[in-house]
Design a protein around this ligand. Structure first.
Ligand code: SF4
Ligand code: SF4
Length: 316
């Protein structure tokens, strides 16, 4: 599979990045052995890039897949930490749980925050820059749904990597349109930032336009990689064939690639509002004293699941 350089870093990543959110506890909650086997298959097939996060709770299968194969992929993680100390803990946790000395990419996990993230999380960013100076992080960046944050990142010399949301229909993009996000991404690339894309299929909503949706994000010159969440061998194989240019008319999308759905179990909801504050897509509203997920706006990221102390949010 083709590899691209991530901006000015010395990291070369496959165009298909394994998104390690959906098989973890925030979404499908697949047993660790199964997650490990899927990652082993992905690494053996040549995928050399894995995207995870502190909150995804998926370091264990990544570590086990590396141990089983002896293959060391490029690993990106991220944290919502705001303080220096919390970010330091997040980096140390990643190194320990992955059993590595250096992590390739560590991002400020910003989702819905606008460009103020660089002042609001200034201490967390300072920690990542210190980690980079110490050689335990190789590249520093930001993951975001906000056009304004991507624009600010383009001109921020501390930022090596940008991980923005982008898809054909503009789903989940905050503070601007799809075209404005595309322009901001192009500015990042022009300024030497490494860019890889999240939610190219809009959390599964664009699955019926799979090829068209992926052709769109891959068609932006300089986009290095596209993170795709995968939960079954069939899904993995389909994505690999697409990125290798091997899909033909007999390849069909299977049910396991179909859209996931999140719901709030009403009788468990105490209307505390935490999920509504957490959702990066403003997809949860209050109705009749409980939270309700708007399926049209929901991009199935699963971030609301960990915010709910009542375990009221479920994937169905
Ligand atoms: S976090 Fe859980 S309990 Fe609180 S409003 Fe959301 S669904 Fe209800
Ligand atoms: S409701 Fe919001 S936080 Fe929850 S899965 Fe959907 S987009 Fe993600």
């Amino acid at each position: 599979m083709r590899k691209n350089r991530l901006g000015k870093t010395d990291l070369y990543v496959t165009e298909l990045c394994f998104g390690a959110l959906p098989f973890g506890p925030l979404q499908k909650n697949i047993p660790v052995d199964e997650c490990t086997n899927l990652l082993i298959e992905a690494l053996k097939a040549g995928i050399n890039f894995i995207d995870t996060a502190q909150m995804y709770l998926t370091y264990e299968p990544i570590r086990r897949a590396m141990e089983a194969t002896g293959i060391r992929p490029v690993i990106a993680s991220k944290s919502v930490a705001g303080s220096y100390e919390d970010m330091q803990k997040a980096v140390e946790e990643a190194l320990t749980q992955l059993n590595i000395d250096t992590i390739d990419i560590f991002l400020i996990h910003a989702a819905r925050i606008d460009e103020s993230v660089f002042t609001r999380r200034a201490e967390a960013l300072r920690c990542l820059l210190d980690c980079k100076a110490r050689g335990i992080v190789r590249a520093v960046g930001v993951s975001t749904h906000s056009v304004r944050t991507v624009r600010a990142a383009a001109n921020n010399s501390d930022i090596d990597i940008v991980f923005p949301i982008l898809n054909l229909s503009g789903l989940g993009i905050l503070h601007g349109t799809r075209d404005e996000m595309e322009e901001a991404i192009k500015d990042c690339i022009a300024n030497g930032k490494g860019v890889y894309i999240m939610k190219a299929l809009g959390g599964g909503i664009l699955i019926d336009s799979y090829k068209q949706a992926l052709d769109y994000v891959r068609g932006i010159p300089g986009v290095a990689s596209v993170a795709m969440g995968m939960v079954t061998p069939r899904e993995l194989s389909y994505n690999i064939r697409y990125f290798n240019g091997e899909l033909d008319d007999t390849d069909v999308i299977h049910a396991d690639q179909a859209r996931k759905r999140f719901i709030v179990v009403k009788i468990l909801c105490t209307n505390c509002g935490r999920c509504r504050e957490t959702c990066p897509n403003e997809a949860i509203e209050e109705r009749d004293g409980v939270s309700v997920i708007n399926e049209v706006r929901c991009l199935t990221c699963g971030y609301c699941v960990s915010s709910c102390g009542e375990f009221a949010i479920r994937m169905v």
